[in-house]
Design a protein around this ligand. Structure first.
Ligand code: ADP
Ligand code: MG
Length: 459
């Protein structure tokens, strides 16, 4: 396997397992520069990244690489100036640390063991999401209260519980915290967490492999079923049908169902009415964007959790400038911490403001579906045909452009992009992204096309 392909595959696994903020921070601008005699050399942009990868992620990186290339015995990290290195896989748009800095930093030398990424195979829950680390403020207190009520009256009140809100606002955290608490209180309770996309994929596989009964049993036999990001049931008739029966079975047996979604049941398009009415049958609660006090509480708590020692005003500045969501708050906190370690000094308020303002993304409210629609319009094909399984250039190019834009501008993950485009594998999305990216460099027409498409959704 070629170096680039190997790293693409390994890094896709890593991306799924680590938080977005950590991924963006530590895996940006990395590549495999050499793979010889069982030793893989990974190019990293600076000493800081080298230290973190070595000290924190090494085991995990090695494991991911060996999944695809079992003959690899060890991995080493080599600092390379960005120009020398080949195409980095992680986008340039991610937050960057000035490359020229080389101060000694002090990364805690504890390896993040597999535990940190470990998802319980039975429940699909990640133990890191707990109520203890979930900060409650006015923006999410209703959702939190409902979660607690569900916890103490499983299947009896608020059934189903439907929580919705924008990206990075804590839906997954809250849902998983419910699951983890239920298991903690009573080991005999069967709990399952699954995203709607995976539910759909598993169903497709079960149908192919004639294991549909096992599939049915798996999801109809639990005390608590958690379905994350249920909006992706949209347009999937077969999945909706199967889930409808799953729901009824669980519900009639008095078992609890919890949903999250990025929008209310009413706003989910292409969904059967009978299923929509089930989603609406219990309690529907939204999580809004955190206000300043909550943002501050979250930054303070994350700093403490991660042993990040920043002075109070620094935390306040982060909380006041980063207003989008909690994931961004975490990312910004990491970044400020990193830079101050790099420079080996305390950053002034002005310096912090400067760093943050460079990285505050312009809010784009466009959705993946809108991007697809705009791309299809631009290339004058119907937006349905963009999903067709065809190799015709007039469809393939728009499809790849749409995938590229969703990745680049909406920060979609490869697995969700693949899924969005008709259940394709994440490597397809990765390939499309890379292809457009490469072509952009030598094809001014394509560059112009993309600029115009962007104008349509950015204006
Ligand atoms: P969503 O599923 O809504 O997109 P996540 O649950 O993945 O968002 O949250 C994004 C990140 O923010 C996660 O790292 C999560 O632990 C953290 N987070 C979200 N809400 C809270 C909260 N109320 N308190 C502490 N951390 C939170
Ligand atoms: Mg989520």
């Amino acid at each position: 396997m070629e170096n680039e392909e190997l790293w693409s595959k390994a890094i896709a696994e890593i991306e799924v397992a680590v938080s977005r903020a950590n991924f963006a921070t530590w895996f940006k601008d990395t590549s495999i520069m050499d793979n010889n005699n069982g030793v893989v050399s990974i190019a990293v942009p600076n000493g800081f990244a080298k230290e973190w990868l070595e000290n924190k992620y090494h085991k995990f990186i090695l494991k991911s690489i060996r999944n695809f290339s079992p003959e690899v015995r060890s991995v080493q990290y080599i600092i390379q100036a960005p120009l020398v290195r080949q195409k980095p896989i992680v986008s340039k748009k991610y937050h960057v640390v000035p490359a020229a800095m080389q101060t000694k930093s002090s990364v805690p030398a504890t390896q993040l063991g597999f535990k940190d990424f470990e998802v319980d195979p039975l429940t699909n829950l990640n133990p890191k999401y707990t109520f203890e680390t979930f900060i409650v403020g006015s923006f999410n207190e209703l959702a939190h209260a409902a979660a607690l009520a569900v916890l103490s009256n499983l299947g009896k009140v608020y059934n189903p519980l439907f929580i919705y809100g924008g990206v990075g606002l804590g839906k997954t955290h809250l849902l998983q915290a419910i699951g983890n608490s239920v298991v903690q209180q009573d080991r005999t309770k069967k709990v399952r967490y699954i995203t709607s996309e995976r539910f759909s994929n598993e169903l497709v596989n079960a149908l192919k492999q004639n294991t549909i009964n096992t599939f049915k049993e798996k999801y109809r036999d639990c005390h608590l079923l958690i379905i994350d990001d249920v909006q992706f049931f949209s347009g999937k008739a077969k999945t909706q049908e199967e889930f409808f029966y799953t729901f009824n079975t669980l519900y009639e047996a008095g078992n609890q169902i919890v949903f999250s979604s990025d929008r209310s049941p009413k706003s989910i398009s292409d969904i059967e009415e009978r299923l929509r009415s089930r989603l609406e049958a219990g309690v529907i609660i939204d999580i809004s964007e955190p206000e300043y006090e909550s943002r501050l509480a979250i930054v303070q708590s994350k700093a403490k959790e991660k042993n990040i020692d920043l002075y109070p005003e620094a935390l306040e500045i982060i909380a006041s400038l980063i207003q989008t969501n909690i994931r961004e708050l975490e990312g910004s906190l990491n970044m400020i911490h990193m830079q101050s370690q790099y420079l080996n000094k305390t950053l002034s308020i002005e310096e912090i403001k400067n760093i943050l303002s460079k990285n505050i993304k312009q809010k784009t409210s466009v959705t993946q579906s809108q991007v697809i629609k705009i791309v299809a319009e631009y290339y004058d094909i119907s937006d349905k045909s963009i999903f067709d399984r065809t190799r015709k250039t007039e469809v393939v190019l728009p499809r790849q452009v749409a995938m590229y834009l969703i990745r680049e501008d909406l920060k979609g993950s490869y697995p969700t992009i693949g899924e969005k485009f008709g259940g394709r594998d994440h490597t397809t999305a990765m390939h499309a992204y890379q292809k457009i990216k490469d072509h952009l460099k030598k094809n001014p027409k394509l560059e112009e096309d993309i600029r115009r498409i962007r104008q349509r959704y950015q204006s």
